[in-house]
Design a protein around this ligand. Structure first.
Ligand code: NDP
Length: 249
């Protein structure tokens, strides 16, 4: 178990990619606190499933875009386990639409949930990680940051922002023994992609050299690696996990 004795905090852990990350970190021996927004039943079920497997996890309800709620979550984790070794900023939403008709709410909610949240959590864990002189921060970006997908100006801007934040923060806190990396998933099978999968799954697969869609575990495996000692000399990087989709061809 590569993460025995470590404490991890994962946002958006109740479903999809975040859930797979919570399970993978717990399997590697970490104690895991995860944040969800509204899906209490799924969050409670995950805690119960992990407990059956002798894994320690807690679920905390909060809006990742809300600075006070985020500070409260971090305080609660520190009170319970006295440290935070791994932060995974995974929670995210889409509100797709062409810019010409995009309501301000759909711009702000995506930027705040996907980008301001990363600031909120990184800021809140800075002091404990700095005094530990160690830490791993892993931020969820997207291939949409580079792609120019129609209808995703808000989402692409938020995920591009996550990549910029990742690189800058890595340079600011490297000397404290803290690494900061991002993952850019391609097309992963979760609730977020259900509608587009139903409309165009076989077309999407044709664009992926590996000829399959990604599974949440494909991302979770990379997170456990980036959180482990084996990744201690990797920082400021964006790891694309998309079955080769963005290579073209
Ligand atoms: P899902 O929609 O399946 O799950 C989203 C998770 O985020 C849920 O746990 C949800 O909680 C939580 N969440 C959403 N908004 C908030 C909020 N304001 N406060 C707290 N929690 C919140 O998404 P995915 O698993 O597909 O995506 C996870 C991440 O990966 C996102 O950042 C997404 O942008 C990124 N990504 C996904 C890709 C894909 O193909 N699926 C591709 C590229 C990037 P609740 O259950 O309570 O609603």
């Amino acid at each position: 178990m590569r993460l025995s004795g470590r404490v991890a905090l994962v946002t958006g852990g109740s479903r999809g990619i975040g859930r797979a990350i919570v399970e993978a970190l717990a399997r590697e021996g970490a104690k895991v606190a995860f944040v969800y927004r509204s899906n209490k039943d799924a969050a409670d079920q995950l805690v119960a499933d992990l407990a059956t497997d002798q894994r320690e996890a807690i679920a905390l309800q909060a809006d990742v875009a809300n600075t006070e709620e985020v500070d409260k979550v971090v305080t609660e984790v520190l009170e319970k386990w006295e440290r935070i070794d791994i932060l995974v900023n995974n929670a995210g939403i889409t509100r797709d639409g062409l810019l010409a008709t995009m309501e301000p709410d759909n711009w702000h909610s995506v930027i705040e949930t996907n980008l301001t949240s990363v600031y909120n959590f990184c800021h809140a864990v800075m002091r404990p990680m700095m005094s530990q002189r160690s830490g791993r921060i892993i931020n969820m970006s997207s291939v949409s940051a580079e792609f120019g997908n129609q209808g995703q100006v808000n989402y692409a801007a938020s995920k591009g922002g996550v990549q910029g934040l990742t690189r800058c923060l890595a340079t600011e806190i490297g000397r404290r023994g803290i690494t900061v990396n991002a993952i850019a998933p391609g097309f992963i099978v979760t609730d977020m992609t259900e509608a587009i999968r139903n409309a165009a799954e076989s077309e999407i697969k044709k664009k992926v050299p590996l000829r399959r869609l990604g599974q949440p575990d494909d991302i979770a495996h990379a997170v456990t690696f980036l959180a482990s000692d084996e990744a201690s000399y990797i920082t400021g990087q964006v790891l694309t996990i998309d079955g080769g989709m963005t290579l073209g061809g």
